[in-house]
Ligand binder design. Structure first.
Ligand SMILES: [Mn+2]
Length: 332
């Protein structure tokens, strides 16, 4: 257990800052705040943090298993026990601050309006972020489409001359035109953005005939199906080569083999493993300009903490890799 959980640790000085505790009560053995990594003090304030965590527990169109609305809370809870030092990077990537927003409660019941509401909110948050790293925690995968559109708009406004590339980790292509009569279903997230962005998708293994055709018909969509991940690491180079200079990264946790992450609505057998996924992520953050990140579709299973912890660690690994390079918009 990291010793920063020890209330006597001198690094734990800021709980009073986050909770505005009455004078004289700051030094009691309070728990760590229920924010990403349990950070306290100035690094956990919006102004003082280089990374913003945006929980969006939206769930309206799940096909089978449900529970993604509990995803952000479970990820944040587990993240409070993640070791802050990252031995791969040789430093503590949380040192430049991580601020966790309250959850964004977008409207349910009218999917088109919900998506418009989230796109407008994303645009305002990106404007306020001024080149900070913003990580959105879903919720179902439909939340990625409005976030991607907001990022594409902002990148174009800041002079990005090429189309944004989306790197999608996912068991599915999410390229259906509509699903259950809903164009804004989680199964259609990438279909809603495909006219605006290039798409590189890795780990797919549950693909409809229509999606397969839609992907093959477009030369700006590259699909690396899951079985190729089982044949060695060549897929990492191919995924990277297909990406343009600016990348939005959307990570559906059903990318992973369900033996690692059973906590998702449609757990497809096969899929990605931990270290190869990290290997691609590290190179993407180093060799491309990543403008935004989301992690979606985690539907926690009560009593099964390993997947919660895996997803929390995944988010923190991405923050660490991202913090090795300047944000592409940070010069604005
Ligand atoms: Mn998906």
């Amino acid at each position: 257990m990291p010793n920063r959980r020890d209330p006597a640790d001198p690094a734990r000085t800021g709980t009073a800052t986050i909770h505005a505790l009455p004078a004289g009560l700051e030094a009691l053995p309070w728990e760590l705040p229920r924010v990403f990594l349990g950070l306290d003090g100035a690094p956990a304030t919006a102004e003082g943090a280089a990374t913003w965590i945006l929980p969006v527990p939206y769930e309206a169109t799940t096909s089978w298993g449900s529970g993604t609305r509990q995803g952000p809370r479970a990820i944040i809870e587990a993240s409070r026990y993640v070791e802050l030092f990252d031995h791969e990077l040789g430093r503590d990537p949380s040192a430049d601050g991580v601020y966790t927003f309250p959850a964004l409660e977008i409207i349910r019941g009218d999917a088109a309006r919900a998506m418009a509401e989230l796109e407008a909110a994303s645009a305002r948050i990106l404007e306020a972020a001024r080149g900070r790293r913003v990580v959105m925690l879903g919720g179902e995968h439909s939340v990625s489409a409005p976030a991607i559109l907001a990022h594409a708009d902002r990148d174009a406004a800041l002079g990005g001359s090429e189309r944004l590339s989306v790197l999608q980790f996912d068991a599915h292509l999410d390229l259906r035109e509509s699903h259950d009569g809903n164009r804004f279903s989680h199964a259609c997230a990438m279909a809603r953005v495909i006219d605006r962005v290039d798409l590189v998708t890795v780990g797919a293994r549950g693909i409809s005939a229509g999606e397969w055709e839609a992907a093959r018909a477009r030369d700006h969509v590259a699909v690396i199906p899951a079985e190729e991940l089982a044949r060695g690491d060549d897929w990492i180079d191919r995924a990277l080569a297909a990406l343009g200079p600016r990348v939005y990264l959307t990570f559906d946790v059903d990318f992973f083999d369900p033996s690692l992450v059973p906590s998702t609505g449609t757990p497809e057998p096969g899929g990605g493993q931990w270290y190869p996924a990290l290997a691609l992520l590290r190179r993407v953050f180093a060799e491309r300009g990543v403008v935004g990140v989301d992690v979606v579709e985690h539907a926690p299973i009560p009593g099964l903490s390993a997947p919660d912890f895996l997803v929390a660690r995944l988010v923190y690994k991405m923050i660490g890799y991202w913090s090795e390079s300047p944000h592409p918009w940070s010069t604005e």
